[in-house]
Design a protein around this ligand. Sequence first.
Ligand code: C2E
Ligand code: CA
Ligand code: CA
Ligand code: CA
Length: 275
Amino acid sequence: AKAEGSSTFNFFAPEIEAALQVRRKLEADLRRGIELEQFELYFQPLVSLSTRRVVSGEALIRWHHPERGMISPGEFIPLAEETGLINALGEWALRRALGQARDWPSGVRVSVNLSPVQFREPGLPELIKRVLEETGFPSNRLDLEITESVLLQNNITNLDALHRLRALGLRIALDDFGTGYSSLSYLQRFPFDKLKIDQSFVRDLESRPESVAIIQSITNLARNLKMATTAEGVETLAQVDIVTAAGCTEAQGYYFNRPMPEADFRALIGKENRE
Ligand code: C2E
Ligand code: CA
Ligand code: CA
Ligand code: CA
């Protein structure tokens, strides 16, 4: 309704109030959702570009909201991070991922995303150690994916946390590589096991020669530093061919598979393992 002569304040206030209400509702729902375990992990294959077999499954969280149906992480992870709820949610996701992946063929790893907020918790390495013990999952089949923002404060504490995680026997992948700021200095300070090349570079490979050059440079750098590379968001055969020629180790994307329920992922890798 048009409120004649109303001030800017009066015009905007109800909208802001409405937005706040939506947010408060989502936060309450999220809290309740965690208690009631309304979440599910989907898994997306990471495919070796040399053997074309599935080498890992990345756990991607989904929320079965009682009123809204399935919600993607982009909609609730940021709120979970702002409210600290990501710590409980992240612990649930880790425990669930390891519990499910324990039954996969031993050649298939599992990749779990870690929020920068979780990373800042001093007890994180201990927590991960405990979940590994409780689930009986072998740490050498776990990849933790962290983003560069974790390293933004390029300080001793963060490096120490990375070393303590690595000491558990797991591997650490740098997610969304190329989208952050001082990527190269991080690589000098901490030896990641893998770089995941952000999908923004893969998306326009066919139209922009610069992106091909960027991917080639990243893979060369990674190879020299003894790191593997995953090309993210690969959607076409042409992109597969380009990232293969550029020397990427693995690829992930809709061209191969979309993220899928664990039962489907398990069927897929089971079938491959019988071939
Ligand atoms: P991410 O870790 O970079 O995950 C890759 C995202 O790209 C996923 O979106 C995946 O579904 C999507 N994707 C994969 N292949 C393609 C493709 O070929 N084309 C396109 N357009 N997209 C593709 P999703 O599942 O919506 O997850 C979004 C983000 O949410 C993830 O980005 C990650 O940052 C976060 N996330 C998901 N699960 C968790 C979790 O358990 N914990 C934390 N902390 N973050 C999570
Ligand atoms: Ca990821
Ligand atoms: Ca990514
Ligand atoms: Ca991302």
